[in-house]
Design a protein around this ligand. Sequence first.
Ligand SMILES: Nc1nc2c(c(=O)[nH]1)N[C@H]1C(S)=C(S)[C@@H](COP(=O)(O)O)O[C@H]1N2
Ligand SMILES: [Mo]
Length: 886
Amino acid sequence: MEVVSPSPLGFRLPLPPSPPQEVIDFEKQNIILSTYNVEEPESEPTRLYPLPPKPRQNKVLPEDLKTPDNFVERDPRLIRLTGIHPFNVEAPLSDLYDEGFLTTKDLHYVRNHGAVPRVEDSEILDWTFTVEGMVEKPVTLTLRDLIRDYEQVTYPITLVCAGNRRKEQNVVRKTKGFSWGAAGLSTALWTGVALPELLKRAVPKRGAKYVCFEGADKLPNGYYGTSVKLSWAMDPERGMMVSHMMNGEMLHPDHGKPLRIVIPGQIGGRSVKWLKRIIVTSAPSDNWYHIYDNRVLPTMIDPEQSADLPETWKDERYAIYDLNTNSAICYPAHDEKVPLTDGAHTYKLKGYAYAGAGKRVTRLEVTLDQGKTWVLADLTYPEDQYRLAPEGEMLYGGRLDVSSREACFCWCFWELDLPLSQLAGAKDVMIRAMDDSMMVQPRDMYWSVLGMMNNPWYRVVIHKEGQSLRFEHPTQPALIPGGWMERVKKEGGNITNGFWGDKMPGEEAVPAQEAAAKEIKMVDDKVTRSITASELRAHDGEDEPWFVVNGQVYDGTKFLEGHPGGAASIINAAGQDVSEEFLAIHSENAKAMMPAYHIGTLDTTSAADSLPTPPESCPQSPSLVFLQPKTWTRALLASKEAISSDTKIFTFTLSHPTQQVGLPVGQHLMIRLRDPVSREAIIRAYTPLSEGSDTGSLRVLVKIYRDTPTQKGGRMTQALDALPAGHAVEFKGPVGKFEYLGRGRCAVNGRERKVRRFVMVCGGSGITPVFAVLRAVVKDVQDQTRCLLLDGNRVEEDILLKKELDGMEREAGAAKCRVLHTLSRPADGWTGLTGRMNRELFEREVGRPAEERDTMVLICGPEGMEKAARESFLGMGWAEEDLLFF
Ligand SMILES: Nc1nc2c(c(=O)[nH]1)N[C@H]1C(S)=C(S)[C@@H](COP(=O)(O)O)O[C@H]1N2
Ligand SMILES: [Mo]
């Protein structure tokens, strides 16, 4: 049931459905009524300031149905910057500009670090949040309290993501952030309570210096949270507010429904959505997202280094608060063509500009000769029209009285008419804005590891094509190709030479080859075939499995036999775009093999016939079996138990207590973790300790390779180690070419083989797949297979699962299960074998293969050990097919 106020502007302002006595209650609370039953603003002639355009009625989009955001209605025009989920989007730049000063919820950019918290309309007035920490009077408030007990205000505010224009940085050099175009900003009328009012009532204590905000969105590293200075938060001129309405409607779920912080003049990242806590503190927020996001580190720190610099990340001097001055050209749009012959003599260039910290953009200049001479553009500040509203003016139930405020909270627009002949005579057009502290946008980019606050002169290249001009922006958002930056780079230009990649006299071009040196070539240049998505989909099975990496189609048929990861992983990829996974787990050698399997390029021109987007991971799957071969499934980290100085057992909770792990003996699963800022995936294969039939939880033993002063540690293992309990991790499987079916029956790449004996050779954490097979043999008293395990380590403490191994030997008897440990650096008192896993050891303990060829050697360990084992066994007369490397 909805109570909707009729509005010629098209605002739909539903009252939360509630029992009748609640409605009566509402009527008493005329503030709430006036908040959600907004009177018609346009009918009054005094309103000379802009009001938002009519919003659309959107639907839940099909691509969102498979994600946790499957209840959020969205506008299909928004460009997704990080795949399907989480939702990070900007509008096409022209559409954003065309909406005018105020952006509808339809086209407002969205930056969600994770899933959108779900709050029903009927619950919003009961939403609670706290003001706590260093305050005399901590309180818990409902949204109802906030509306009833506090004065409401309405301000126009532009939010800008610190990543706005980041794609340009990514083209120069990949940063740890995804590729925003120039539409990562939007303006709306926000209604709520001024933050100083709330804080004043809570009474900050002496020594309090910061205000932290925390949202309800639980993310990989905790709830989203950040902080700002208390002195700013208390300053009415700064305009910080707690807001529950945007453009006269309750907040859209993507924008923080039902309650958020809105901070004018600062980067969007400080405006916490789905607000649950306001905490007054003496120190800046220690929230992970406050420290590892929204910062500009010094330019010489590269992505690899940055991983090792916790103190640098925590340095508050690098945290971004106020926006820097920035601007963009919106018209001419990218790829816009302007005929030179249709009689028009001038072209109107148009765009936006903004300054941070309440500052004002005081000039915008345009150059057609790369900065030698400049022309002033006309600036308009629609925001100023709100300052003229009469005293006490109300809008959407909030006081819109900004007449006394000098600060600028919004973007402004610039325009310049230029003769077409001048444009035709120039190779490019560039702009720069200046603010009221005379700071002017720089000519050169300041590249930094997160790629934030990018604000060099905005440059549009002019191409003369016959009787028309074609304009080329620097980049296009996300992975959309186009823009002069990528083009010039591909042509071998050095786009950071200070001249936009133009060759300077005496400057050598960067050979294109060298520019792309580190990228392994995965295509066969002779292949010219174009393959449609339906053709690809017809090859989604085991005969002729085709798959896509980076837009290229590969036929895996000839590699089913030889694939070290087993045929199954190719078959599971069939018919899909597996770029991310492929690139994350394959070595440069493996990538170099790809041209041999390249058969064509995926045709992406026909939208109707597009590839199904890879399914998102399932948060909770009702199915009986946890591991799914084609989709990632999530499980929550329940606990970490240290079993040695560098090894931990990670326990994950499955979707329900009776859900089975579902992993055949000898096979592996894949674990995927994502960097929460860059969204980059890390994927590795592990053999869990849990058996396939175990239910409810999954245990994985992981040796953590920590960074040392001389050597980089493991990315995955350190990331896993840093995970807090409660964090979701994604799994997929099974994978692997070997399976132990029991009682001597093995399958290698699906082909069955009988063995009487296993020789197991392993080192370090290589024990885990071997252990799974050994355990299966020992557990089944009918299984007659004999096993010899050779386990090599450095010192006794390094031996993983020693107790379990010794226990199995005792239980089965040494005739069936013999375990030998050898140590390369034994301590005094060690009674087992000593020395490395080498030919001598293998000759002594294993020797030549038997006549019957009834033995398989299972090998898993560090690269050097595996190599020594291969050479030794082949040297002793063993055949390649008797050796199995996990
Ligand atoms: N709780 C929460 N608040 C958040 C974020 C988030 O992921 N979670 N993203 C931040 C960032 S980086 C930006 S730029 C703005 C974007 O606000 P919008 O999505 O309403 O445009 O929200 C900020 N507030
Ligand atoms: Mo952001």
